[in-house]
Design a protein around this ligand. Structure first.
Ligand code: PLP
Length: 398
């Protein structure tokens, strides 16, 4: 029977096979070290879990407004003012089922068929799929390793055409681990401000910027704020990936368009999770949790760099944000592991899982063919053990 072109254009995930296999091997009792995690290894803080229990007991089990509760929107508006110095009215905020859903909605709301959306390379693999689902045209922009894979003002300027509708700006970045300085963000803002394009600012890793203070691009000027669609949520900030709460903060027209679509697609995000998310933002207990998580990831970031420094043949891009490190394995290409020729990151990832019980994410589908991504949202012991195995595996290649 017929399947629509729209669905057929979505690329099946290359990485899914590797993570599924790692899981299977673990279930079979193999001691697999998995660097695949895309989420904090912390449990949601107790005060947030307690809030969800309270919501249930109080009977908060009905529909809310499709765009989210006023309580949560107020909590988000307060957060934007406190953390980012940005004044948003609750009518400029719409809550959805995770930041991914917010991104989907934002792109659906602004991209017409044929519109170009600029995506700096490497990129989070979902972005191009969302643009394609809107019949938009992805315009990739290569960033440079010597710039830490950060988009520069000139690279952005050269990519803008009369057909450009938006640029997606993810800071801190998955998969590069890059974080931008305030000056670097302002240089991009200055380019965007001279145009009428949107910037979709994915700030989901906002609280994990280790070297620089996170500066939201919307803070540059009132004009820039009117061009910015901020996407953020509780997933990475409060270790709430499974709760599925994300939001958009944007000009009223964009928010209204998203809310209208959402009212006919998903209706409101989970009522209990919305209440718990509001408490997550409102309570001062969040600060202690954030400090603990931040220092733990920062420590592990330094640990994984120190361990990788011992591995010959690989280089990495020093990460300043999120919990990922990108490792260049291209020196392994052309070598053999037993009978297997290693000539792609995917081949490397498949073989190292088979032979050394290490799961890594190959980055072809993130636009970085020579790289694998390691998540350091795992224990110190696993970081040490896993990187040692990577080193031994690479030494065994002929
Ligand atoms: N944006 C980036 C860059 C991400 O890495 C992720 C999750 O991995 C998301 C958005 C999605 O977040 P959520 O789980 O809230 O949908």
């Amino acid at each position: 029977m017929h399947i629509a072109k729209r669905a057929l254009t979505v690329t099946p995930s290359l990485t899914l096979g590797i993570t599924a296999k790692a899981k299977k091997l673990k279930e079979e009792g193999r001691d697999v070290v998995s660097f695949g995690a895309g989420e904090p290894d912390f449990n949601t803080p107790v005060y947030i879990r307690d809030a969800a229990k309270y919501a249930l007991d109080k009977g908060m089990t009905k529909y809310t407004p499709a765009s989210g509760t006023l309580q949560l929107k107020k909590a988000i508006a307060d957060k934007l003012l406190k953390d980012n110095g940005l004044k948003y009215d609750t009518s400029e905020i719409v809550v959805s089922n995770g930041a991914k859903h917010s991104l989907y909605n934002a792109i659906q709301a602004i991209v017409d068929p044929g519109d170009e959306v600029i995506i700096p390379k490497p990129y989070w693999l979902t972005y191009p799929e969302l643009v394609t689902l809107s019949d938009g045209v992805v315009k990739y922009v290569d960033t440079k390793e010597e710039n830490g894979f950060k988009l520069t003002a000139d690279e952005l300027k050269n990519a803008i055409t009369p057909k450009t509708r938006a640029v997606i700006f993810n800071n801190p970045n998955n998969p590069t681990g890059a974080a931008y300085t305030e000056d670097e963000v302002k240089a991009l803002a200055a380019v965007i401000e001279k145009t009428d394009i949107y910037v979709i600012a994915d700030e989901i890793y906002e609280k994990l910027s280790y070297t620089y203070n996170m500066y939201s691009i919307a803070a540059y000027s009132e004009k820039l704020k009117a061009q910015t669609i901020i996407v953020n949520g509780v997933s990475k900030t409060y270790a709430m990936t499974g709760w599925r709460i994300g939001y958009v903060a944007a000009p009223k027209d964009v928010v209204k368009a998203i809310a209208n679509m959402q009212s006919h697609t998903t209706s409101n995000p989970n009522t209990i999770a919305q209440y718990a998310s509001a408490v997550a933002y409102e309570s001062e207990e969040g600060d202690a949790f954030l400090t603990e998580m931040f220092s733990s990831f920062d420590r592990r970031r330094k640990l994984i760099m120190a361990e990788l420094d011992k591995v010959k043949e690989v280089t990495y891009v020093k990460p300043d944000g999120a919990f990922y490190i990108m490792v260049n394995i291209s020196k392994c290409f052309g070598k053999k592991s037993g009978d297997v020729l290693i000539d792609t990151a995917h081949g490397f990832a498949t073989d190292i899982l088979d032979k050394a019980d290490v799961a890594v994410i190959p980055l072809e589908s993130f636009g970085a063919d020579d790289f694998i991504r390691l998540s350091y949202a795992i224990s110190d012991e696993d970081i040490i053990k896993g990187v040692k195995r990577i080193g031994e595996y690479i030494s065994s290649l002929k």
